[in-house]
Design a protein around this ligand. Structure first.
Ligand SMILES: O=C(O)c1cccc(C(=O)CC[C@H]2O[C@@H](n3cnc4c(=O)[nH]cnc43)[C@H](O)[C@@H]2O)c1
Length: 222
C-alpha cells in the first residue's frame, strides 16, 4: 500500500510527516502548493513519476488546515470529506451561480470511498461532510452564507482538495481529504487563525490514521 499525502505548505507537510516518521517508503508527504491548479500539477507529477518508476500510489490524501463552517466545524475540529467539491468552478449569471457541469463541461465533485471515509471518521473523530475547494478564501459573512445555501452539507473550505482529486482521478487512484479547522469561514480575521492548534490536530489525526490507511486495500472497495 503506497500513499501520497499532498498538503499546501511545508508547515502542513511537516505536521503530517511527524505522524509517519517510521513509515519508510510507504507514505510520501508532499507540499504541493497553494490553490487547486498548483496542487493538481504537483500531485499529477508525483503520481506520474511513481507510475513510471513502477511503484504507483494506491491512495492520494489531500490534507491541511481549513476554514470551518459554524457551528458544525469549530476551530480545532477535524473534517473528512465525503465529497470534494469545486465551489467556484462555473459561471455567475443573473440568476445565480452555475457549476461547469450545468454548462456541459467536466466535473465539480469527487467522492472518496465511503468505507474509507467511515473508517477515518471512526479512527480520528473527524466529522464527515462536504469540503469545498475555493480559489478565493471566503472573507465575508454573506459569502459564507451563500456557500452554505449552495452546499448545505459543507463543513469546511480549503484551496487544494479538488485539484488533488482531479490528479488522482486522472490516475484512477482513490482520493481522501482530511482537514483540521484553523479558522471559521466568514469575515476575514487572519490574525485569529489558530494555525498551531490546527497543525497539532492534524498530527494527532494522522497518528491515529496510520494503521487504518496502511491496512486499507483499495481493491476491496472500488
Ligand atoms: O503561516 C503559517 O505558519 C502557516 C502554516 C500552515 C499553513 C498556513 C497557510 O496559510 C495554509 C493556507 C492553506 O490553508 C487552507 N485554508 C485555511 N483556512 C482557509 C479558509 O478559510 N478558506 C480557504 N482555505 C483555507 C487552504 O487550503 C490554504 O492553502 C500558514
Amino acid at each position: 500500500m503506497r500513499i501520497l499525502v499532498a498538503t499546501a505548505v511545508p508547515a502542513e507537510r511537516d505536521a503530517v510527516a511527524r505522524a509517519f516518521a517510521e513509515s519508510g517508503r510507504e507514505v510520501e508527504v508532499l507540499a504541493a502548493g497553494v490553490g487547486p491548479a498548483r496542487a493538481a500539477a504537483t500531485t499529477a507529477t508525483a503520481l506520474t513519476r511513481a507510475a513510471l518508476e513502477g511503484a504507483p500510489y494506491d491512495l492520494v490524501v489531500s490534507a491541511g488546515i481549513a476554514g470551518g463552517f459554524a457551528p458544525d466545524a469549530p476551530v480545532g475540529s477535524l473534517v473528512v470529506a465525503d465529497e470534494i467539491t469545486a465551489a467556484d468552478l462555473g459561471a455567475e449569471t443573473a440568476d445565480g451561480f452555475l457549476p461547469v457541469t450545468e454548462l456541459g463541461f467536466g466535473t465539480v465533485t469527487h467522492r472518496p470511498p465511503e468505507v474509507l471515509v467511515r473508517e477515518v471518521a471512526a479512527a480520528t473523530g473527524a466529522r464527515p461532510g462536504a469540503v469545498l475547494t475555493v480559489s478565493t478564501v471566503t472573507g465575508t459573512a454573506a459569502r459564507a452564507t451563500a456557500l452554505r445555501e449552495l452546499h448545505p452539507t459543507a463543513l469546511a473550505e480549503a484551496m487544494e482538495g479538488f485539484g488533488v482529486a482531479e490528479a488522482a482521478a486522472a490516475h484512477r487512484t482513490p482520493v481522501l481529504e482530511l482537514r483540521a479547522v484553523s479558522n471559521p469561514v466568514g469575515p476575514r480575521d487572519r490574525a485569529a487563525w489558530r494555525i498551531g492548534e490546527a497543525l497539532a490536530a492534524l498530527t494527532e489525526a494522522f497518528g491515529k490514521l496510520a494503521p487504518v490507511l496502511k491496512g486499507w486495500n483499495p481493491h476491496d472497495h472500488r
